[in-house]
Ligand binder design. Structure first.
Ligand code: DQQ
Length: 508
């Protein structure tokens, strides 16, 4: 189990051992952030799915707690699958999750904390009347899962929640209404549907303020508010979101831009990132996003390591007012400037440029690539470039590509190496800016303050621990680039089992 141990992250959340996938039911309660997660207590591959549980004061330093729920009832005997928490106005907590019943049918189940005066919420009770929801007529038995956090219906008394599914190849989201979380009515029609997108897993649905930077409780609606609808597409394993308007009386959500609809438009992350979930942090009035980052090495290596998967660093979700017209252990912040005159003159007409098909970071263009190389060894035989490339788009205007090239990230075999790509809007007067969180075997990169994000798994064999280097590079032939960089060495979060029966300072 100590094989490849340098790949274990130091300030990302991962369990002590074994397999993890989706984040579940995140919430803040009585001074603690709680994270539950899909967990296999027995091995480093998916199976025996239970709910792991950890608590933190700051979302970085975690204490591992005993399992919150295990598959022990007929309705979840094949797995306690993904679910979400709702905190009711009277302080009660409702957890809804999907039970995989005998591997035959997916049902929704209710659970609640045994003791609300316990800030650690250690014990969970499954409701005796479970399951509370089974697939309705016309919905396949195995495509009905992952209930969202509930929001108040317009009558101010009943609650609504969404569940992802599909009909043929159309991804859909069903909405149910309930007064007590025990009996439910399905509302007519769907919250939304998008043909061709397939099964919608881990639907998330929440309001964002177009005016204020604070996050909003899931039930808030009204002027100045838009709703984000997110689906994790089972068919291509990416998290797609869209901004739109929620008409709570018709119970319909309509995207602002049909060309950027759920599953065909924007992604939370253009790298390795899936099954994400947000929650409203009432402590700091912000909406926080968790996401599961898979391994991209082999299952064989995962078993050798004795663990698989990490959670991304929690991200805050804010509405970007500037783009409303269009739609080892380091923390690195870098920005790049190009002389304006040189810029206009050098813009290369290459509307078909795309990082993966245009040679990744290894080629040279007039205006790129330029950026940083992380987890590199001294001879640059290993290294992961994170970079910008500017070229003229189809409309004749400058387009900025933002990419992560894993092709030389590792000399190990059996690793899936990808050139991740997207575009990033760069507003007049802005520098090209990126931030990368490097943590042994994961790199999360944020361009232009998080407007485009790429998460990448890298498995260096030489550029490990003290041998890892960071480089700045400019392969552009047409311009010189001025860069400024700050690099912070990150400590270790020192996650550990909860120190029961010891008097210790839990604030650390
Ligand atoms: N993972 C869970 C499901 C969900 C999927 C099972 C997404 O509930 O749809 O582990 O990764």
């Amino acid at each position: 189990k100590n094989m490849l141990s340098w790949q274990r992250t130091s300030y990302h959340f991962q369990p002590e051992d074994n397999w993890m996938n989706d984040p579940n039911g995140p919430l803040y309660y009585k001074g603690w952030y709680h994270l539950f997660y899909q967990y296999n207590p027995e091995s480093a591959v998916w199976g025996n799915i239970s709910w792991g549980h950890a608590v933190s004061k700051d979302l970085i330093h975690w204490f591992y707690l005993p399992l919150a729920m295990v598959p022990d009832e007929w309705y979840d005997i094949s797995g306690v699958w993904t679910g979400s928490a709702t905190i009711l106005p009277d302080g009660k907590i409702v957890m809804l999750y999907t039970g995989d019943a005998l591997d035959i049918v997916q049902v929704q189940c209710l659970a609640y904390p045994a003791n609300l005066s316990d800030p650690l919420l250690l014990k969970w009770v499954k409701y005796s009347g479970n399951p509370v929801l089974s697939p309705p007529p016309g919905i396949g038995l195995k495509v009905f899962r992952d209930p969202t956090t509930a929001w108040l219906s317009p009558d101010g008394v009943k609650w609504r929640l969404a569940i992802g599914s599909k009909v043929n190849k159309t991804g859909i989201s069903l909405v149910y209404e309930t007064a007590d979380f025990k009996s439910y009515d399905m509302l007519d029609g769907y919250l939304h549907e998008v043909p061709g997108t397939g099964m919608w897993e881990c639907v998330d649905f929440y309001p964002v303020s177009t005016k204020e930077v604070n996050g909003l409780d899931t039930s808030v609606n009204g002027p100045g508010i838009k709703h984000v609808l997110k689906a994790s597409l089972d068919d291509d394993r990416n998290d797609y979101y869209a901004l739109g308007t929620y008409d709570q009386f018709k119970n319909k959500w309509v995207p602002d831009d049909p060309e950027l609809d759920v599953g065909i438009g924007l992604r939370y992350d253009y790298g390795e990132y899936y099954a994400s979930k947000t929650f409203y942090d009432q402590n700091k009035k912000r909406r926080i996003l968790w996401g599961w980052v898979r391994e991209t090495d082999s299952e064989y290596d995962d078993v050798l390591k004795g663990w698989a998967s990490v959670q991304s660093i929690p991200r805050t979700v804010v509405f970007d007012q500037k783009t409303v017209d269009s739609p080892s252990q380091l923390d690195i912040v870098a920005s790049f400037e190009i002389d304006k005159d040189a810029f206009e003159g050098t813009l290369e007409a290459n509307a078909s440029y795309s990082c993966p098909t245009s040679g990744g970071a290894a080629i040279r263009g007039k205006l790129g690539p330029f950026g940083i190389i992380v987890l590199a060894d001294g001879t640059l035989s290993e290294g992961t470039p994170i970079y910008f490339y500017v070229a003229k788009g189809a409309n004749g205007k400058a387009e900025t590509h933002f990419c992560v090239d894993e092709l030389r990230s590792s000399e190990a075999s059996d690793i899936n190496r990808v050139v991740y790509r997207s575009k990033v809007p760069v507003i007049d007067g802005e520098k090209y800016s990126l931030r990368s969180l490097v943590d042994h075997s994961i790199v999360e990169s944020f361009a232009q303050g998080g407007r485009t994000v790429i998460t990448s798994r890298t498995y260096p064999t030489k550029a490990i621990n003290g041998a890892a280097r960071v480089y700045l590079f400019n392969n552009a032939t047409g311009v010189s680039v001025t860069a400024s960089v700050k690099i912070w060495n990150m400590g270790s979060a020192d996650n550990r089992p909860f120190p029961f029966n010891q008097s210790v300072d839990l604030t650390r």
